[in-house]
Design a protein around this ligand. Structure first.
Ligand SMILES: [Zn+2]
Length: 309
């Protein structure tokens, strides 16, 4: 089952908050919980409202987990820091390092501002959800984790897995006992209305496929995706990963074939960007997608050993 309309109770252990394009998860423990995803700035005030609706007190949040240092995964952290003063903020070493770079955080703030404007304009959020706490020059975390670590969350624990390919710092988390997986944008961006998969292997095609394989092998019963949906059910999760891998391979093969047939890398990337934009709500300008699709083309050509000129 695909759950894509937050706020929603995925299971007694998991709340899906935020919005479908930008979900935030609460992994519930006995006495405290873990909030997953630093998301976009505008999700901060919305998540605060949703927690109140579900009767979750703010001091229940003991930890905030960052999956990777991309602008749509960290910009509510300053707001969360204010409303959860007792929480520990955790990210991978590589993500923490990026969040210490002023130039990166400045760029993230710019993207975040654009997303807020689009969400307000399209009625996805209200005026009252505009971010009230901007990022400082950097976004500090309290603790870094690395592949193989176990995070003690009180009544449950999470294994830390480096899952690169989408970004070098992508980190996924798995609660082996309750079979709950948090995937760090490791699978393609899935647009359920069109059954369309947009692979996001921005830093490595082979690594992305390998990361998906690693997560698929866990046998999760709940998969919390970084965008659009939560998957509930072991069979559904397995099928989702299989389709994700197939869609990624198809995209890669198409890129390689079209460039070999004489199309320019730019032409190929822009065509994919056009397809994606046609299927998404108008949140970001076309050139944002063109830049990201250019990365897919670059990674595919690199993997195939084709020199782009
Ligand atoms: Zn990302």
């Amino acid at each position: 089952m695909l759950i894509w309309k937050p706020p929603a109770e995925v299971s007694p252990d998991v709340l899906m908050l935020g919005t479908s394009p930008y979900p935030v998860y609460l992994l519930k423990g006995k006495d405290s919980g873990v909030l997953v995803e630093g998301t976009i700035g505008a999700m901060g005030p919305l998540v605060a409202e949703q927690l109140e609706q579900f009767g979750v007190p703010r001091d229940y949040i003991a930890r905030v987990l960052v999956t990777h240092a991309h602008p749509d995964h960290v910009m509510a952290l300053p707001f969360f820091r204010e409303i959860f003063p007792g929480a520990k903020f955790t990210a991978s070493e590589a993500a923490a390092k990026t969040l210490q770079i002023e130039k990166a955080v400045g760029f993230f703030s710019k993207i975040d501002g654009m997303i807020t404007e689009s969400l307000v304009k399209n009625g996805v959020i209200q005026e009252r959800h505009r971010p009230t706490v901007g990022a400082g020059p950097t976004i500090p975390v309290d603790e870094t984790v690395t592949d193989g670590d176990t995070i003690d969350c009180g009544s449950f624990s999470l294994s830390v897995m480096a899952t690169p390919g989408h970004s070098d710092c992508s980190t996924s988390f798995f609660d082996a006992e309750r079979r709950i997986l948090v995937s760090a944008d490791v699978t393609p961006y899935y647009i359920s209305e069109h059954d369309y998969w947009w692979p996001n292997y921005f830093t490595g095609y082979a690594a992305y496929i390998a990361s998906m394989g690693r997560l698929a092998a866990l046998g999760a019963e709940i998969v919390c995706l970084g965008h659009t949906a939560t998957i509930r059910g072991a069979d559904e999760a397995r099928a989702f990963f299989e389709k994700g891998v197939a869609a990624t391979r198809a995209c890669h093969e198409r890129i390689v074939a079209e460039v070999r047939a004489g199309k320019s890398p730019q032409e190929v990337g822009n065509a994919i960007a056009d397809e994606v934009v046609a299927k998404l709500p108008p949140l970001l300008p076309l050139d944002f997608f063109q830049k990201n699709c250019a990365l897919l083309v670059k990674q595919s050509l690199k993997d195939a050993g084709i020199e782009a000129n």
